[in-house]
Ligand binder design. Structure first.
Ligand code: IMP
Length: 200
């Protein structure tokens, strides 16, 4: 019987896990750190997505055997000089509060005509406490003036990717997963794993 290789995600964000699991299908057994309650919480003290993804990947990889994948991601808005950036998850003042984060973004953008933005995702793959490789993915788009749509998470209701007229939250998981920053980084991870490490 074929046992799929295990990939441990260094996250407690159920939305990220669900997206990555959906994109990987049954090629991998995807777990996240909620399956390992003894794993420490890793403080994201870095100043870049790469630094934070490294902190998470290496911190968890020192505790657990096997392949560990960390995702650090966020929204960069040109009119806000790249904010919320690495501070995306606590932009409204409370870690992980998407309602406050979106409200804060709308207030900051209220008087801005320039609406260009992008989601950026950096992934670090680690094993035995060492970084094996890192990857990134970007999706360009714009910020609208009021939230639209019920799907996804975070800033999805405020972001329209280039080439579309609907927000990520309106487009839904299936479409989002074909063009998102996370899917673009993950495609590179899959290439790396299949070419270097794991049976096809
Ligand atoms: P992290 O968990 O430190 O990487 O923070 C990620 C934060 O960036 C999330 O809490 C969201 O606010 C935002 N973010 C990252 N990816 C997405 C996405 O795919 N859709 C919407 N918001 C996202």
């Amino acid at each position: 019987m074929h046992v799929p290789p295990r990939l441990i995600l260094a996250t407690r964000n159920a939305h990220k896990t669900a997206e990555i699991r959906a994109m990987l299908g049954d090629r991998y057994e995807v777990l996240d750190v909620t399956a390992f309650p003894e794993c420490p919480h890793i403080e994201e003290t870095g100043t870049t997505f790469l630094e934070n993804a490294r902190l998470k990947a290496l911190g968890i990889s020192r505790q657990l055997d096997g392949w560990v994948l960390a995702d650090d991601s966020g929204l960069e808005v040109d009119a806000l000089d790249g904010a919320p950036g690495v501070g995306s998850s606590s932009y409204g003042g409370e870690e992980g509060n998407n309602v406050l984060n979106n409200l804060c973004l709308l207030v900051e953008m209220a008087d801005k005509a320039e609406r260009r933005a992008r989601f950026r995702c950096t992934m670090v793959l680690a094993r035995d406490g060492r970084e094996q490789a890192n990857f990134s993915g970007v999706v360009e788009g714009r910020i609208i003036h009021a939230p639209r749509g019920e799907h996804g998470f975070g800033y999805d209701p405020l972001f329209i990717p280039d080439g579309y007229e609907k927000t990520f939250a309106e487009l839904g998981e299936e479409v989002k997963n074909t063009l998102s920053h996370r899917s673009r980084a993950l495609a590179k991870v899959i290439d790396f794993l299949t070419n270097n490490c794991l049976p096809k």
